[in-house]
Design a binder for this molecule. Structure first.
Ligand code: AMP
Ligand code: MG
Length: 424
């Protein structure tokens, strides 16, 4: 090969070229290709934690169901509150949470009341016990500093009957479980979880438990994928390592598309290797090979294999994680919920210079921490080479360096994306 030809071979180390897709464009193409899952199942309330609500929840009742006391004290009518000086009231009974007072309060009378007890008929105000003086078993005295209606929770104050309480598409949180329980709802309808199949490609890969021959390495990508997918709460189908052999690959792709909504592979999409996998993918589906203006993770393959979405991630262990977080995770969120979730980003002061080059969107691995004064600071988590998995393991965030980001100096403000954090 002539030297000019060698130089003309495209490489992952090249700066951005005109054919490269920008990160947000790739995300948009992926989004356009997805139809959210509409299958659903009914689950007992507790099992719905972390699942996606199928239909809006309409409240069948008022919460609280009855007007009740927010304090321990006495319930009385606001007409009995003295404008000045003090006033003595006659105690005619007690109202407990769960055991209401059955009678009615007349002028000059009051009822001892516990927090959560329904307000007795004829009362609308509660004076807390610390603000009253007990004269004897039948009489209490109150002063003039009270307000009509104080310390009372109105029926329906939290949730009105027939109100929309939780919207379809929401990922059920612990607080949602409590709200649903407060409505007496025992079962809810949620969307089916996506099934995600993945396998690694590469003749050099061995699985844990096997021994390593010369030039062989352990497959680590199936473990990062397992971890990231488990956090997303999807059904996982681990198909192991598939050799760089057309029949084995064809068979693995075929099987994956019959099993899963999403198929993820790692390896085999970089320049040179792609020649190998491309004819098989073209035969089975509609696939694009992208070069993305990002670092790491430049080559990415995306499309449809039958009805399944397909992500061909680079083989490089760090690139797998970066492309998963930036492309696969938002896609799986949208597929499972029909909602786009905006990853949380925050501003932080970078405590060391970064060796970034403009032209590509860089995702550097960082360690974010909060100072005693509450300020966010971030530093690189170690060497940023795309094969350095330990700096990914030490990191808790990506430092986002956009294409036009000037070289970062110590003390500059940068944008940081903590792992696994979402707004909304
Ligand atoms: P490829 O994209 O297949 O050319 O792989 C790029 C680099 O990532 C090579 O050094 C591979 O050996 C490595 N690699 C590919 N797949 C894996 C894997 N599953 N686990 C660890 N390293 C891998
Ligand atoms: Mg390979």
């Amino acid at each position: 090969m002539q030297i000019e030809q060698i130089l003309l071979q495209p490489s992952c180390a090249d700066d951005v070229d005109t054919e490269s897709l920008r990160v947000h464009e790739a995300r948009q193409h992926i989004r356009d290709a997805i139809t959210p899952i509409c299958d659903y199942e009914k689950l007992p309330l507790r099992n719905a934690l972390g699942r996606i609500l199928m239909d809006d929840i309409i409240s069948p009742i008022n919460v609280p169901a009855h007007t009740n006391s927010a304090m321990d004290g006495i319930a009385l009518s606001c007409k009995d509150l003295p404008a000045s000086g003090s006033h003595t009231l006659r105690l005619i009974g007690t109202a407990y949470a769960g055991v209401p007072f059955k009678g009615e309060c007349q002028t000059g009378e009051c009822v001892r009341i516990m927090t959560g007890a329904p307000m007795p008929r004829g009362t609308d105000t509660v004076v807390m016990q610390e603000h009253m003086q007990i004269i004897d078993d039948h009489n209490v005295r109150i002063g003039s500093t009270h307000r009509a209606g104080q310390n009372v929770r109105q029926a329906g104050e939290d949730i009105h009957k027939a109100a929309e309480v939780i919207q379809a598409g929401r990922c059920i949180t612990p607080a949602d479980l409590a709200v649903l329980a407060s409505l007496g709802i025992a079962e809810i309808t949620v969307r089916r979880r996506p099934r995600v199949a993945f396998f690694s490609t590469g003749d050099e890969l061995r699985s844990i438990g096997e021994s390593l021959g010369e030039g062989e390495i352990f497959d680590s990508n199936r473990y990062s994928l397992y971890g990231m997918l488990t956090h997303l709460g999807v059904e996982i189908i681990d198909m192991g390592v598939v050799r760089d052999e057309p029949n084995a690959l064809r068979e693995a792709f075929r099987r994956a598309t019959t099993l899963a909504d999403v198929v993820i592979t790692s390896g085999g999409v970089s320049v040179g290797e792609a020649d190998y996998i491309k004819p098989i993918l073209d035969e089975l589906g509609n696939i694009d090979f992208w070069k993305i203006a990002m670092k790491p993770g430049r080559p990415l393959t995306f499309g449809k294999l039958g009805n399944a979405l397909f992500f061909g991630l680079p083989g490089n262990p760090v690139a797998v994680m970066v492309t998963f977080y930036q492309f696969v995770q938002p896609a799986i969120h949208y597929l499972s919920s029909g909602q786009f979730r905006q990853p949380l980003t925050i501003k932080a002061t970078c405590t060391s210079p970064l060796h970034n080059r403009p032209g590509r969107f860089e995702f550097q691995r960082g360690i974010l921490h909060q100072t005693a004064e509450g300020e966010f600071e971030v530093m690189r988590s170690g060497k940023q080479g795309s094969g350095i998995l330990t700096s990914m393991s030490h990191a808790n965030c990506f430092i986002l360096l956009a294409e036009d980001q000037a070289p970062v100096l110590a003390g500059d403000t940068v944008i940081v994306q903590p792992f696994d954090n979402y707004l909304s």
